[in-house]
Design a binder for this molecule. Structure first.
Ligand code: HEM
Length: 125
C-alpha cells in the first residue's frame, strides 16, 4: 500500500512539474493558452493529489513536519514554491519579475526533490 501511495505522490510531482513548465513557457511567450479552462483547473486537481498523498505517507511512516527536519523543509519549500508560482503566473507585475519568480520556483522545486530523495534538509552537506 505504501509503495502505491508513494507512486501516486511521485506521479503527482511529475505532472505538477510538467504543467508548471508548460505554463511558464506560455507565460513567457504571452500565450492565450494560459487562460484555457483545463489549464486553470488541472493544477488544483494535481496539487490536491500531491498533498493528500503526502499526508497519507507521513501518517504511514509516522514522521511529521516540525518534528522531522526533512519534512519541515519540504513543507516550507512547498509554501515558497507556491508563493513564487503565484507571482510567476499571476501576481508578477512585469515580465522580468514573473520570469525571475518562475526560475526561482524551479530552484526551490529542485531543492524539495533533493530533500525528498536524501531525507535531509542539508542538500550536499
Ligand atoms: C512540490 C512538493 C513535493 C515534491 C517535489 C516531492 C517530491 C517527492 C519525491 C521525488 C519523493 C520520492 C523520494 C524517493 O523515492 O526517494 C517523495 C517522497 C515523499 N514525500 Fe514528497 N514531495 C513534495 C511534497 C511533499 C510534502 C509537502 C510532504 C509532507 C509533508 C511530502 C512527504 C513525502 C514522504 C513522506 C515521502 C516518502 C519518503 C520515502 O518513503 O522514501 N512530500 N516526495
Amino acid at each position: 500500500m505504501y509503495s502505491v501511495i508513494k507512486q501516486v505522490h511521485v506521479m503527482a510531482v511529475v505532472f505538477t512539474a510538467a504543467l508548471f513548465l508548460l505554463r511558464g513557457i506560455w507565460m513567457i511567450v504571452d500565450s492565450p493558452q494560459l487562460e484555457r479552462g483545463w489549464v486553470k483547473v488541472a493544477p488544483h486537481v494535481i496539487d490536491t493529489l500531491l498533498l493528500l498523498s503526502a499526508l497519507a505517507l507521513v501518517f504511514m511512516i509516522q514522521q511529521y513536519p516540525f518534528v522531522n527536519g526533512w519534512l519541515t523543509a519540504k513543507v516550507l519549500g512547498l509554501l515558497l514554491y507556491i508563493i513564487l508560482g503565484m507571482v510567476a503566473l499571476h501576481y508578477g507585475k512585469t515580465k522580468g519579475v514573473r520570469v525571475l519568480a518562475w526560475l526561482s520556483a524551479w530552484l526551490v522545486f529542485i531543492y524539495i526533490v533533493s530533500v525528498a530523495v536524501l531525507k535531509t534538509p542539508w542538500l550536499w552537506f
